[in-house]
Design a binder for this molecule. Structure first.
Ligand code: SF4
Length: 312
């Protein structure tokens, strides 16, 4: 029997099922909580700010809860883990930009717009305007606003191949770029794990290894400004509703027109239409992923139950 054959007959390790509960889990969890606590709560970039641009694209009701000061549910350890990984990935890109552009680059650039504010991941204000090639066309830019996002490799590859950046990331980038009147908005997506060689070839020819973990979408002022204005208007409307003592509807820009979330516990949404014969009918239905990542889900679900009872 050859040595190679010997090894092939061996199991991967004497134990193939992972230990449960995982050993040292509490130590890692404590460390993640300590990292979060050391960071402290996110400080708004302006004293009168009520809306953060990072809420762009979110459910209007969720923004309403945040604006009205409703207490948020704490992040679980899984979320803290993914935030910690994402933060590291962002720092790598921010450090790279600082190394390349020095004083022309501002990291976590604060902007105060009165009732809105933001921290821009990186803002370049170049001494000399520079040409950036986008889809074969050179665009000259002096100010470049970066919105950085990180995600798992599978979701990253879907975005690169077909979906593009998440609507929330794009709208946040639009608002930030508009806030500083940037010549160019760059949405940079980082994959938190590397791609297989086969997956890499699907992105197209002439891709370099870093293109398998770092993807960009770029928008000129003419492209991003109309969407920035639309989203700014929607956020102002949310403020108006909250200031009138109400909570906004459970509506999300990425859902079809007229869709309302009817069950916050699952994210189930409906579009209702009028039927001459039978009254209201369901035209479209689905599940919104964001409810399961919402820091107000429990409160929202309780409110939905109360609203239902009040209507009955
Ligand atoms: S649970 Fe869903 S419907 Fe409720 S606030 Fe959050 S995202 Fe909106």
């Amino acid at each position: 029997m050859t040595i190679a054959r010997d090894l092939r007959t061996l199991p991967n390790s004497p134990q193939t099922t992972a230990t449960y509960p995982s050993l040292f889990r509490a130590d890692i969890e404590n460390h993640l909580v300590a990292l979060r606590d050391a960071e402290g709560p996110l400080v708004q970039a302006g004293p009168n700010s009520r809306i953060r641009h990072s809420w762009a694209g979110m459910c209007a009701r969720r923004i309403g809860y945040s604006v009205s000061g409703a207490e948020e549910e704490p992040n679980d350890a899984e979320s803290l883990w993914s935030f910690a990984l994402g933060r590291k990935a962002h720092e790598i890109v921010q450090d790279a930009l600082l190394a390349a552009y020095g004083f022309q680059c501002s990291i976590e650039h604060e902007v105060d717009l009165g009732d809105r504010s933001c921290h821009i991941d990186a803002l370049l204000d170049l001494e000399k305007p520079k040409g950036f090639e986008i889809d074969g066309v050179t665009h000259i830019a002096k100010t470049v606003c970066f919105e950085l996002k990180s995600t798992g490799g599978y979701s990253w590859s879907l975005q690169v191949k077909t979906e593009g950046p998440k609507l929330g990331a794009y709208l946040q980038g639009c608002l930030n770029a508009a806030a500083v009147d940037a010549d160019l908005l760059v949405i940079g997506y980082l994959a938190l794990d590397r791609q297989s060689k086969t997956a890499r070839t699907l992105y197209g020819p002439n891709r370099l290894p870093l293109d398998a973990v770092w993807a960009t979408w770029a928008y000129t002022r003419e492209q991003y400004m109309p969407d920035a204005e639309r989203e700014a208007k929607r956020l102002s409307k949310v403020l108006e509703v909250v200031d009138s003592g109400r909570l906004p509807e459970r509506v999300v820009p990425e859902l079809p027109h007229g869709a309302k979330i009817t069950d916050p516990k699952t994210g189930h949404w409906l579009v209702l239409g009028n039927d001459d014969q039978e009254g209201l009918t369901v035209v479209q239905a689905g599940e919104y992923w964001g409810c399961n990542f919402c820091s107000h889900q429990k409160r929202c679900a309780a409110d939905a139950e109360a609203e239902k009872s009040a209507r009955a």
